[in-house]
Write a new protein. Structure first.
Length: 486
RNA sequence: GGUCGGGUGGCCGAGUGGCUAGGCAGAGCUCUGCAAAAGCUCGUACAGCGGUUCGAAUCCGCUCUCGACCUCCA
């Protein structure tokens, strides 16, 4: 079987994934700035990395997955002229900054839990690592890659760029960056226009500030990730991820900080997820086209015809590759919902399949195809396509038109359980209930008796009224079965 | 404007030189008391124009078009 390959933004190629210290794997993913509810586009990134996390665990790696919470220091403008996002929101809502942080951190966890994401191994906060950020700034200053002004400690991009390809991650050269970066007002203190603030000197009115060797400060945006990834994963670790929109600024500057501080780029594999789009446009808070997960689940949004369950949405995300844009529409969501129901129905009947002396399909080839797809840069849509071949096999055997041996059946059970539940993180949403099972058995018996007497009025009444209540009856050769509808 | 990435059947979405995924929707068939479910069959798509090749959705060039980043953003 092939080995896992991941597309590395830094090299722009798919590379064999080889951890620095197997079986250990260190993975850092940029988490949210908790000044607002996460929208569906944000969720896509975290779901994608959840699947990578789960797949690495499935392959037997011991993964330390670090995902930060940015609860301070994230400025309105990347030129460091703006106001701290948390502080701004706090002022608008007349709340303590940490009250905002608490509210949206809880919201974030709740939403990811609904999507059935596993929690990361460590979830550090920026405010909890001010000391580490100060220490890193000291090192960068000592190494000569930063300078102090009246308003901040700035990173000297030009100096670093002489020794390190600063724009490589985003595929830009320094000249282009210079020519296409806007000159902003009030930045005279900076030596170079690409320079960015490591720490910003706080005015007395600034409500989040800390003591430092340079007076009262608050952190810039990029420093916290460098400080926390170094602390928990080391100066060099395996995977660093985030949304594609973080590549040109945030991750580029993170690399710069680590190189200036420790002499090396922090991560060996840079993995970036693409955007969720609505009518072809990126979903973002600033464009006002974002959906909150709660709106999606309830259907309470003007663009939605109905609500969609968290697992239908997760399945929808799995149907596209993480590096492609994914367009969001009612039609696409409904298709995903139906496909998900069909997949889960097959999973449910799989254990009860009758086995025989031979198998008419090649189950181990199917299994290999699924793993080949996942190993090819986590190609979940192709893996899913192969699983649907499995669905067809399951249904055909169930219809008595094909056969499967006990051994192959167990192989298929293991494959379906491991990939669908462990790796893809899907789950059955409609809980089985033993009481209901008994009730349904009785009802189906009554209906069978009615049918035997050719009392189709009664039989159809039972069938139709149950359907209205979300239960579908399926008449088969060996009696009727039932399932929930979504 | 600069840089980068796309344009695939009704819709979503894989696929980087020949074997032409998958899901949803649609049509027909089997099964069924009728349905549903399930299975089978069908539609034979690759923005346009050139070029390379025995052969291109896939490589090259040009054109059109959409988007991302360059400003907070997953």
């Amino acid at each position: 079987m092939t080995a896992l390959k991941l597309y590395n933004t830094f090299s722009r190629e798919k590379e064999d994934f080889k951890p620095l210290n197997p079986p250990l794997v260190g993975m850092y993913v940029c988490g949210p700035t908790v000044y607002n509810s996460v929208h569906l586009g944000n969720c896509r990134t975290f779901v994608s990395f959840d699947i990578l996390f789960r797949y690495l665990l499935h392959l037997g790696y011991k993964v330390r997955y670090v995902r930060n919470i940015t609860d301070a220091g994230h400025l309105e403008s990347d030129a460091d002229e703006g106001e701290d996002k948390i502080a701004k929101k706090a002022r608008l809502e007349q709340l303590e900054p940490m009250e905002i942080v608490q509210r949206y951190t809880i919201d974030f966890h709740k939403v990811l839990d609904q999507f059935n994401n596993l929690p990361p191994s460590i979830e550090p906060t920026a405010t909890g690592h001010i000391m580490e950020q100060i220490e890193m700034t000291e090192k960068i200053l000592q190494n000569g890659y930063a300078y102090e002004t009246d308003d901040a400690i700035y990173f000297n991009v030009e100096k670093l760029a002489k020794q390190f390809p600063y724009g490589k991650l985003s595929g830009r050269n320094l000249e282009d960056l210079y020519n296409n970066t806007r000159e902003l007002d009030g930045q005279e203190a900076k030596k170079g226009k690409l320079d960015f603030a490591l720490l910003i000197k706080a005015k007395p009115t600034h409500i989040m500030q800390w003591s430092s060797p340079w007076g009262r400060i608050f952190p810039g945006w990029h420093l916290e990730c460098s400080a926390m990834s170094s602390k928990y994963l080391g100066e060099e670790f395996d995977i660093h991820g985030g949304g594609m929109d973080l590549v040109p600024t945030h991750h580029t500057n993170e690399i710069a900080q680590n190189v200036a501080c420790c002499g090396k780029s922090p991560a060996r594999y840079w993995v970036h997820t693409n955007m969720l789009t609505v009518n072809g446009q990126k979903m973002s808070k600033s464009l006002g086209n974002s959906f909150l997960p709660a709106e999606l689940f309830s259907g309470n949004h003007k663009l939605l015809e109905k609500g969609y369950s968290p697992m239908s949405v997760r399945f929808f995300m799995l149907q596209a590759h993480y590096r492609s844009t994914l367009d969001f529409s009612n039609e696409a969501l409904q298709a995903a919902e139906k496909a998900f129901v069909r997949l889960m129905a097959a999973v449910k009947i799989l254990p009860s399949l009758k086995t025989g002396a031979s198998t008419s399909s090649n189950i181990s080839a199917l299994k290999n195809s699924v793993y080949e797809a996942l190993n090819d840069d986590l190609n979940t849509p192709v893996a899913l396509a192969h699983l649907f071949d499995g669905v067809r096999i399951i249904n055909t055997v169930n219809d008595g038109k094909e056969t499967i041996t006990e051994e192959d059946k167990q192989l298929l059970v293991k494959l379906f359980n491991e990939i669908i539940f462990d790796v893809f993180g899907l789950k059955e949403e409609l809980q089985e209930n033993k009481n209901l099972d008994g009730v349904m058995k009785t009802i189906l018996e009554i209906r069978a008796e009615a049918k035997a007497k050719k009392d189709f009025v009664t039989a159809d009444k039972i069938r139709n009224e149950l359907l209205e209540n979300g239960i579908q009856i399926k008449d088969g050769k060996e009696g009727a079965t039932w399932s929930f509808t979504l």
